[in-house]
Write a protein that binds this ligand. Structure first.
Ligand SMILES: [Zn+2]
Length: 154
């Protein structure tokens, strides 16, 4: 049976997961327990949908340790489990306007954030100059140094 959790992603009191998302006894079990305590079932479902997109668009290989690490990092950012509380990562999976350091204003969907780069997709056109093209479906990433602000698109 499920109990309500005070979800740290959406901030609401909602039913949690019926079971932790990672099997007991594995190295991810503590994280799974944390998710069951802190994240509502709806938000976890949102992450799964986002995760499928990430794996496709970034061509993440989740059988590869580096791919797994990146996947976990994106999950923690998406679910607000990352203590580093990156202000830009709050806009993950949302339409944003990116102000670049060289004064351009670009609208896209933020799909990834690691320590050095932000990754976007669904640009209003081809991947803009200066963005590193990655994966399929027109994803492109830009170094954090080259970004001035990231704001939700109106
Ligand atoms: Zn939630």
């Amino acid at each position: 049976m499920t109990t309500d959790v005070k979800c740290i992603k959406c901030g609401e009191e909602k039913p949690g997961l019926a079971a932790p998302p990672f099997r007991p006894g594995t190295k991810l079990a503590p994280l799974g327990a944390e998710i069951q305590q802190k994240i509502c079932a709806g938000c976890y479902k949102d992450w799964i949908a986002m995760s499928v997109k990430l794996v496709n668009e970034l061509r993440l290989d989740t059988t590869d340790p580096r791919g797994q690490e990146l996947w976990l990092k994106q999950m923690k950012i998406f679910l607000n489990l990352d203590e580093s509380s990156d202000p830009w990562a709050r806009h993950l999976d949302k339409r944003v306007v990116v102000e670049t350091a060289d004064g351009r204003s670009i609208t896209a969907t933020l799909i990834g954030a690691d320590d050095h780069r932000l990754t976007f997709s669904d640009f209003d056109g081809p991947v803009p100059a200066g963005f590193e093209v990655g994966g399929n479906k027109g994803a492109g990433s830009l170094a954090r140094d080259a970004i001035k602000t990231v704001e939700p698109a109106a």
